[in-house]
Design a protein. Structure first.
Length: 235
């Protein structure tokens, strides 16, 4: 039997407008989901998503910082390359000047050898004694040892041949000759004073002693040498 409702609005219930409640939905979902493994999996996914997001933002910030530091380093390198080039040029010029100064010192150290020898012989010469000649026995003067630029170097300087010289003179007193040798030996510039020969000769009708002394020039300790400036007055 077929029934037809000729009053369609007679059996309809009154409709009420209701709002969407997330809390009720969550409680309904919680009441429906009873599996603990599923809850653990969902929680793990949420934690992993938060961790990945945090790591992404952290690495992005670190990458930006490193990129900025690299850019700054490249700029500094470009800016300081000229400074480093000038520094190397200045160091090369300094080393060249130091070598030239050492050469000048070596030449200057040998320039006053004979003035020192003549001054010491003149100072030690006793009364009633006169000289006939002073001559050098060595062929060349020994080079002065330059002071190394590196003060920490402990290498010993190479030995240099001594300056050997000979003094020939006459004296009327043999004791004056002995005193002359002692005074020369006491000099800081003379060492190894030896009497090569001593003969009696007649000079202007008088008997005198002709002697020949051989000695070496000694480089004195710098502490016993005093230097003074030389000034010339210009008129």
């Amino acid at each position: 039997m077929i029934e037809i409702n000729l009053l369609p609005g007679a059996n309809k219930k009154s409709r009420r407008t209701t709002g969407l409640s997330f809390g009720s939905l969550a409680s309904d979902a919680g009441s429906k989901v009873k599996d603990p493994y599923l809850l653990a999996a969902v929680a793990a996914v949420l934690v992993a998503a938060v961790a990945i997001g945090s790591m992404f933002f952290t690495q992005s910030a670190r990458t930006s910082d490193l990129t900025e530091r690299e850019r700054q380093a490249v700029q500094d390198s470009t800016r300081y390359v000229a400074v480093l080039r000038e520094r190397r040029a200045a160091e090369a010029q300094r080393d060249s000047i130091l070598r030239q100064v050492q050469i000048i010192k070596a030449i200057d150290g040998d320039r006053f050898v004979w003035p020192h020898i003549l001054d010491e012989v003149s100072r030690a010469l006793p009364p009633f004694t006169w000289l006939k000649s002073i001559q050098q026995l060595a062929n060349t003067l020994p080079p002065a040892q330059p002071v190394p630029a590196d003060s920490t170097s402990t290498a010993a300087p190479a030995p240099t041949p001594p300056v050997r010289f000979r003094v020939i003179g006459n004296t009327v007193d043999i004791q004056a000759l002995t005193r002359f040798m002692k005074l020369l030996e006491a000099s800081p510039f003379v060492e190894n004073v030896q009497l090569a020969r001593s003969d009696l000769v007649v000079l202007d009708g008088k008997e005198v002693t002709e002697f020949q002394l051989d000695a070496d020039y000694e480089r004195p300790d710098p502490a016993v040498i005093s230097t003074v400036p030389v000034s010339l007055s210009v008129r």
